[in-house]
Design a protein around this ligand. Structure first.
Ligand SMILES: O=C(O)CCC(=O)C(=O)O
Length: 244
């Protein structure tokens, strides 16, 4: 893992930081091989909500809870170097809450509405983050994630159910910050971003012929607690649009 020295400073200031060569090309290939095997051999016998499909009803949009369903991904998320990096950012020994994909397959990959992750995670204090690792090249064209730097310092913004399968809750209003003022996280395979759970972000659909697969690790600090008010709004949204 090629940690740049300013991860903590950049993360605290901007609520998002890009790290080049976070995983080696060997690790990226192992991940790709295991994801393909898992989808082919294991997923058919998992609960239906272990994945979200795209609108075509057959292509995987997301794999959820890989840390519960798969030993390889649980071990990857628990590696000492991951935990030590994240510990400085969540303020304590990290709890691995999830390993998942945002697969954004070629042509049918759907967009992700503007949101703050804490509308899903519902934690207080919001000491929770996502390490988003590129498995494919991530470009503007195939749907890179765009972040509004500094927005992690805002309060929770008003939300509304989005009606998007797999991303059931979003911001009630689209922010004023134009796309060109946002940080568009273009990445090479193995590069990563780390974003705070209050940082506003979104991504566009993938109309290109190139897949944009991302593997995500979600961690929280050991001291966070569920905020029941946030949980109520989330439950309403996810009940209206379940992940599967
Ligand atoms: O991968 C994407 O397009 C969106 C990811 C996302 O919303 C997240 O990491 O919270």
């Amino acid at each position: 893992m090629n940690k740049n020295n300013n991860v903590v400073e950049d993360y605290q200031r901007d609520g998002v930081v890009r790290i080049r060569e976070f995983f080696s090309s060997e690790t990226v290939e192992k991940i790709r091989t295991e994801l393909d095997r898992y989808i082919r051999e294991d997923l058919p016998s998992k609960p239906v909500d272990a994945r979200t499909l795209e609108a075509d009803g057959k292509t995987v949009r997301n794999l959820w809870r890989l840390n519960q369903h798969n030993e390889f991904f649980r071990e990857l998320g628990q590696r000492a170097e991951m935990l030590s990096l994240v510990a400085d950012l969540v303020g304590g020994v990290p709890v691995l809450e999830g390993v998942e994909t945002f697969s954004k397959p070629a042509r049918v990959g759907s967009g992700v509405p503007y949101h703050q992750d804490n509308a899903y995670f519902c934690q207080t204090p919001p000491d929770m983050l996502t390490v988003w690792v590129a498995i494919d090249p991530v470009t503007i064209e195939n749907g890179a994630v765009s972040f509004i730097k500094g927005s992690h310092k805002l309060e929770m913004q008003p939300t509304k159910p989005s009606g998007v399968t797999g991303n059931s809750i979003g911001l009630a209003e689209i922010p004023d910050t134009s796309n060109s003022e946002q940080f568009c996280a273009t990445l090479s395979p193995g590069d990563a971003t780390i974003h705070h759970c209050m940082t506003i972000h979104h991504s566009a659909p993938n109309h290109t012929g190139k897949s944009r697969l991302g593997l995500l690790f979600v961690y929280r600090g050991p001291h966070t607690k569920t905020d029941n008010r946030l949980k109520e709004s989330y439950t309403e949204a996810v009940t209206a649009t379940p992940p599967a």
